[in-house]
Design a protein around this ligand. Structure first.
Ligand code: GDP
Ligand code: IMO
Ligand code: MG
Length: 433
């Protein structure tokens, strides 16, 4: 039956990741029954700040700070068991238990050999390296697509698990020793370690597709937490400088195991400017004083790797591409406070490609690298806005900047953020979740 308004909201990274998805997921998680991750692994780094205390998560969903919500790692995610267990311990030590965590039995496992291969491939690519997080993400999804991946549910069958490891390592060890001239891995050692780790979380492993589907049908509030961003999407990002999964809203049904019609609200998480970690084209990138100023004020260093993030102006062409693919019903504009005290703010409104103006993201890197940003200038504001609690309290030029972003993208802003803390969030539309 059409017309049923399911109580779901998807939180999607609209740019190159690190837009503040963790912060917004935590914010809405305060009223969510379920918080569900659908893609990626511990390449994600999500920062949450609650009353001045910062928490960093990579694989556990950011709903874990609400003890009443159930947090789900969906089948579309790839899971490093060592990392998962260390994150659970870190949370426990900080007073947050993970009893409400559930992990899909269909999620694929990241093994030490995936990490090693990720490192070696990056080294091998030299100047063409992607700048991956070296967490084994690509090699793990590669095994999944090749149909030799090992899933969490496989660990219930100990003998079968060993056989899969042995089969996989027979080939991979040949490559490691003969192509890369390095040591291989002992399947028995990995088997033992992983079974030990698995013991600690196996009660949390279940068919999460059934769990989430039931929750939606019972009209529970279900929040979907994205990782990465649309420009890092395997199909729609700046291929090959992308991750190996699909961070777009379109991949939620596949990565969770639910029907597409349940995704009726999508909030695009949008940085008020732009950042990118790793290599690849970035038309609105800026260099010099303003770049350094934004990096320092915004503390733009990778949560996972500590790498300095590249900085750029807000890019309207990118956002239209992102909107077409992920279908935002509203936007959250993040890190607006970082732009205070910059005299003139620029916004990219088009690209110049070989002498002609274009308004789309070209499919090849060669073309995209040649795109020059067409920039408009907006007047900045001097005031510190970190204590603002309403749109009306914002300086006039900050209001105008937000309204310009809304006009360019063509999607209403439902929320804006003026600092990392949960409390520095201004909700403009109470109805979105
Ligand atoms: P995610 O990967 O999308 O969850 O984003 P990250 O956590 O990797 O990066 C966002 C960074 O910006 C984190 O350090 C957040 O604490 C911080 N942050 C989020 N919102 C705001 C904001 O409105 N203002 C400022 N100054 N920092 C913010
Ligand atoms: P969150 O969820 C920013 C980037 C890497 C690299 C490319 C491929 O915190 O927004 P991978 O290790 O996935 O094979 O690396 O993708 N990347 C991210 N950049 N935020 C992320 O996640 C990212 N996850 C991967 O820097 O360029
Ligand atoms: Mg991040």
């Amino acid at each position: 039956m059409s017309g049923i308004n399911y109580r779901t909201l998807a939180v999607v990274g609209s740019q190159w990741g690190d837009e503040g998805k963790g912060k917004i997921t935590d914010y809405f998680a305060q009223k969510a029954d379920f918080v569900v991750r659908w893609a990626g692994g511990d390449n994600a780094g999500h920062t949450i700040m609650i009353k001045g205390v910062k928490y960093k998560l990579s694989i556990v969903p950011s709903g874990v700070f609400n003890k009443y919500s159930i947090n789900v790692i969906g089948n579309g995610c790839v899971v490093n068991l060592r990392k998962l267990i260390s994150e659970i311990k870190y949370l426990q030590e900080n007073g947050f238990n993970c009893h409400n965590l559930r992990i899909s039995d269909r999620a694929h496992l990241i093994f030490p050999y995936h990490i090693k291969i990720d490192e070696l491939q990056e080294e091998y690519r030299q100047k063409d390296s992607i700048g991956t997080t070296k967490k084994g993400i690509g090699p793990c999804y590669q095994d999944k697509a090749e149909r030799i991946g090992i899933r969490l549910g496989d660990l219930f069958d100990e003998a079968g698990f060993l056989q899969k490891l042995e089969n996989n390592l027979r080939f991979k060890n040949e490559v490691l020793t003969k192509v890369f001239n390095t040591s291989g891995f002992d399947p028995k050692l990995i088997w033992k370690e992983y079974l030990d780790l698995f013991q600690q979380i196996k009660d949390l492993v279940t068919d999460t597709s059934i769990l989430v589907d039931n929750a939606i049908h019972q009209h529970k509030k279900v929040l979907f937490e994205g990782a990465q961003g649309v420009m890092l999407d395997l199909d729609h990002g700046t291929y090959p400088f992308v991750t190996s999964s699909n961070p777009t809203a379109a991949s939620i049904p596949v990565g969770v195991g639910i029907a597409p019609r349940y995704i009726n609200n999508v909030i695009g998480i949008v940085k008020a400017y732009n950042t990118r970690v790793g290599t690849g084209p970035f038309p609105s990138e800026i260099f010099g004083e303003t770049e350094q100023y934004i990096r320092e004020v915004g503390q733009e260093y990778g949560t996972v790797s500590g790498r300095a993030r590249r900085i750029g102006w807000f890019d309207g062409v990118l956002m239209k591409h992102s909107l077409r693919i992920s279908g935002y019903t509203s936007m959250a504009i993040m890190l607006l406070d970082v732009l205070s005290k910059i005299k003139e703010l620029k916004i990219c409104v088009g690209y110049e490609y070989e002498g002609t103006q274009i308004d789309y993201v070209p499919s090849t890197i060669k073309e995209y690298e040649k795109c020059q940003p067409i920039l408009i200038t907006m007047p900045g504001w001097e005031e510190d806005i970190t204590t603002v609690t309403t749109f009306e309290e914002l300086p006039h030029n900050a209001q105008k900047y937000l309204m310009k972003l809304e006009e360019i993208v063509g999607v209403p802003i439902s929320l804006f953020s003026v600092g990392p803390d949960r409390e520095q969030t201004i909700l403009m539309n109470e109805e979105i979740f």
